[in-house]
Design a protein around this ligand. Sequence first.
Ligand SMILES: Cc1cc2nc3c(=O)[nH]c(=O)nc-3n(C[C@H](O)[C@H](O)[C@H](O)COP(=O)(O)OP(=O)(O)OC[C@H]3O[C@@H](n4cnc5c(N)ncnc54)[C@H](O)[C@@H]3O)c2cc1C
Length: 502
Amino acid sequence: MPSLTAYDYILVGAGTAGCVLADRLSQDENARVLLLEAGSSALPDAVAEPPAWPSLASSAAGWGDATVPQGASGAPVALPRGKGLGGSSAINAMVFARGHHTSYESWSDHGAKGWTFDDLLPYFQRSETAVSGAPGRGTNGPLFVAPAADPNELLLACLSGAVEAGHRRAFDISGGLEEGFAPVDLNIVSGRRQSAADAYLHRALHRPNLDVVTDAVVHRLLFDGTRCTGVEFRAQGGVRTAAAGEVVLTAGAIGSAQLLLRSGIGPEDDLRQAQVDMLHALPGVGRNLHDHPRANLVYRARRPVPAARNNHGEIIGLLRSAPELDGPDLQIIFIDIPVPNPVAPVRNGFTIGVSPMRPASRGTLRITSADPYAPPVIDPNYFAEERDVQVVLSGIREARRIASSSAPSAWGIEEVSPGLDAVDAQSLGDHARRHFGSYCHPVGTCMMGEDEVSVVDSALRVRGLDGLRVADASVIPSIPSNNTNATVYAIAERAADLLRGV
Ligand SMILES: Cc1cc2nc3c(=O)[nH]c(=O)nc-3n(C[C@H](O)[C@H](O)[C@H](O)COP(=O)(O)OP(=O)(O)OC[C@H]3O[C@@H](n4cnc5c(N)ncnc54)[C@H](O)[C@@H]3O)c2cc1C
């Protein structure tokens, strides 16, 4: 355990954003950086094995969260997030893709300045070395990203089916500029996962100005008036404190909002109900929680589906659910295993996932008390807005058109769930509402902007307080139209510049 004397920066959480910031900030040898992570430095071996990721959420590398029962289904929904060096980047499905550029336009709706797609572009590029060499992609970043080297033949048949059904074959679906279907970039290097810890943190660990403490749960933030002066945390069996000029929350969309609330920063009513003394009223903390829900079509195949070699979901499509939209609002992903379904077990088959990429539904993240070990109350309020269901219906129709084209049909496939009896909007809508899962992309609980419901300003400073910023998925005002990790990398890269005053 380091001596924990004063730091320039304390980073809370060693996930995607925390690993980027630990590396970038400690590149300045005069800056003293402390990175605190609730989870372990020793993760299960399966973390490195791409096809094993579905087993990780319930391992020691996951928090094991679930939502409250959802209004749409009456049931809770598992909402995994990572715990340990690398955070969610160590247990995720390794899809690496920017949102379509149109989906960042709404980031300024609450006044955020400097966060358009074009503003983020240098930071997307800084994070990556895109092996495809596609225009606009990074060539010198620590993440080596590329489509699957040895794609699954069934998924390739689905891609052919999408083109046969009239969809555009995209060149670079990860770059944020295209629509259509293509193999997506993955965080897999030489057959092994590359997490944020692998790409960013490990190269920084030897630096004398960076201290990393794992198995360290941050309990609350410490203040002198309105200035955040440090944190209180538990590590090695004792409660400790550390002080810093600036504390940066990188604990993710659940963890960062939880920590603000526990420290008395949030909506007055929520703090009163949790019996937490209010330090600073900020009505937006924990509000605006949203995520991508995903409905699945599960198929049985007569031809044996090749065993998974990569992340299961190697090929995606970004589509518009209605032609008049300004950009894609729907993702279709081909998955090389049959996910569990409510109709009948499938031993040999595959799945087509359908997800609204720009959901309108918004929920909340709350706490029940100041106890740092009490589980959060997570309510993404999936499908509260009917238009999110309509986007899924459009996706199911497209998925079926693709599945009935000649290349996938050659595999002798049959839709098991929801099953071809479900054709009308009512039964398909019921299926989507009852049997969806989380795509594990929660965002928005510490929204960035300049109005009264924003939690951080355009420089990621917590509004009304000093010495405290948030820089992770929680600051995203509205979810990008793709998987979220690439965007969080870019946010953290930009946060590093903001903190260094670049
Ligand atoms: C199962 C799963 C699959 C996913 N698949 C994909 C995918 O294929 N592609 C994609 O783009 N995105 C995917 N995502 C989402 C993506 O990984 C996240 O959006 C991204 O990693 C979020 O980064 P973050 O830095 O905001 O938070 P995280 O990476 O979650 O990091 C937060 C860290 O803070 C720590 N922490 C929390 N509270 C405390 C505390 N009080 N004290 C100390 N430490 C704390 C946590 O343990 C964690 O390590 C997936 C996520 C999951 C869980």
